[in-house]
Design a protein around this ligand. Structure first.
Ligand code: MG
Length: 236
């Protein structure tokens, strides 16, 4: 049967990500503590990051540039080069941070694969960074394909799922972001399994369509097989 394509988001769905950003923001605020109050810094950083998304895209390198830009803007009397060096160091540490799969993810992916589902990672971000994270996660071999895209739109989902031969309602997108993983997948006529992470990046906050017929909210990734069974999907 063809109804066995599972698109799976990576950051905060397969492994921890936003928590690393939040920790880095705390360290950034500490570093700039002499130059601006923390509320103001957080606001400035978020605004700078949003403004730069269009040009830098999603990922740690763009975020590092946004931290530097914010630091330069808030430091009235000029920013010491050592602070820029420390910020670059924060970015490097993020890039080298161990990739820690979320609880139950590896086991569940193994179960889904053994059941015959085709698993496709669909993630946005830096190509190099996302490829390296997948390799370091130890989960890479469980996937049939990896799609690293610059934006997640209904057209992007239609193109990817279409390539696997999925018609309307014949693919499921699984992810933590209502805005990027669920709403555009539903708009493309597919299922959306929403597995919220305990933290949500500001730019990913969106209303979830709780009454949409192809929307499901899960409390953890390990619930994917039972939800697939509940909608009558048996791979093969
Ligand atoms: Mg995500």
């Amino acid at each position: 049967m063809t109804r066995s394509i599972l698109g799976i988001d990576a950051d905060d769905t397969l492994w921890h990500n936003e928590s690393i950003f939040q920790l880095t923001i705390e360290r950034f605020i500490e570093l700039l503590g002499n130059h601006a109050p923390s509320d103001h810094l957080t606001e400035r950083l978020i605004a700078t990051e949003r403004k730069n998304l269009r040009l830098y895209g999603y990922g740690i390198k763009g975020f590092t540039l946004s931290m530097i830009e914010t630091a330069v803007a808030v430091a009235d009397e000029g920013l010491p080069p050592t602070v820029v060096q420390r910020i670059l160091g924060l970015g490097r540490e993020m890039l080298e941070h161990p990739v820690e799969p979320l609880p139950g993810v590896a086991e569940t992916l193994g179960e889904l694969k053994r059941a015959g589902h085709r698993l496709v990672v669909i993630t946005k971000g830096d190509l190099l960074d996302q490829e390296q994270k997948l390799a370091r996660s130890g989960l890479g071999d469980l996937f049939d394909a990896v799609e690293i895209v610059s934006e997640k739109t209904p057209e992007v989902y239609a193109r990817i799922f279409g390539r696997f031969g999925a018609g309307e309602g014949e693919a499921v997108m699984i992810g933590n972001s209502a805005k990027s993983d669920i709403l555009p997948a539903l708009a493309a006529g597919q299922w959306g399994f929403h597995v919220p992470y305990h933290l949500t990046w500001e730019a990913e906050v969106a209303e979830v369509p709780a009454d949409a017929p192809r929307y499901r909210r899960l409390s953890r990734f390990g619930e994917v097989p039972e939800h697939l069974a509940a909608i009558g999907w048996n791979a093969g």
